[in-house]
Design a protein around this ligand. Structure first.
Ligand code: 5RP
Length: 243
């Protein structure tokens, strides 16, 4: 049974997200770097902190690559200079990427894509020399694949065939529905999201590659080929840094 968060718990979780975001930005963001900025309610605190550091003159010359419309708009609001990944300024690579996650296993492997931005988030993470993840402690998981549903982005034409292929791998599959719009979520690249829950824990390293072999799959939310440093905000106010 899913327990609803009380208002106090929501405020507390928001405080933890902000603390993790600030801690990572303060420790890692240096002047002049090419910076990937993630998506979601935790990563947005990183963006806000970068905005504050820039406004205070503590850092300068950041070249940012936002991983979604949401992150791009926040950069725009704060005056953080953004560039396309293919621009001359970024040249297809980043120095550092800071993002949130939906689940983090004991080896810092991740499930991402709860906000539907996994495709560009993965592009940014894998094009980056180093990565950091910011999260509150609720994101820690003993293993991946059976808890938070794994998002798999598929082209619209593959909705049924890819669902069947995923079910054959031992998963239940739900097409992600939009809120306040009839029909499915359409990603920023015009695709659909299948939310996938495996019945048994899976090997995320194997599955990250295997799922992308299904025809019509564009990308999946397992992130196992980066070794991020993880900033986890604990309920007692501590920030645990897990390498
Ligand atoms: C978006 C993501 C987010 O980083 C992930 O869903 C965590 O979001 P939040 O910090 O809001 O819990 O992968 O696609």
């Amino acid at each position: 049974m899913e327990l609803r968060e009380t208002e106090d718990q929501k405020i507390e979780r928001e405080r933890m997200k902000e603390a993790a975001g600030k801690a990572a930005a303060d420790a890692l963001v240096k002047s002049g770097i090419k910076l990937g900025l993630g998506t979601g309610s935790t990563a947005i605190h990183v963006i806000r902190r970068v905005g504050e550091l820039l406004a205070a003159g503590k850092i300068s010359g950041i070249r940012a690559f936002p991983t979604s419309f949401q992150s791009g708009m926040e950069c725009e609001r704060l005056g953080i200079p953004v560039y396309a990944l293919n621009s001359r300024e970024l040249g297809g690579s980043l120095d550092l990427c800071i993002d949130g996650a939906d689940e983090i296993d004991p080896e810092n492997r991740l499930v991402k894509g709860g906000g539907g931005a996994l495709l560009v988030e993965k592009l940014a993470a894998y094009a980056s020399a180093s990565c950091a993840i910011v999260a509150d402690e609720s994101k820690i998981a003993p293993h991946l694949g059976t808890g938070f549903p794994l998002p798999v982005e598929v082209i619209p034409e593959a909705r049924l065939s890819a669902s069947r292929a995923l079910e054959k791998l031992g998963a239940s599959v739900v097409l992600r529905e939009a809120l306040r719009k009839a029909g499915p979520v359409i990603t920023e690249h015009g695709n659909l999201l299948l939310d996938v829950r495996f019945r048994e824990p899976v090997d995320p390293v194997f599955m990250e590659t295997e799922l992308n072999k299904i025809a019509g799959v564009v990308e999946n939310g397992f992130f196992t080929r980066i070794r991020p440093v993880v900033y986890i905000a604990r309920g007692d106010g501590r920030i645990e840094v897990r390498e």
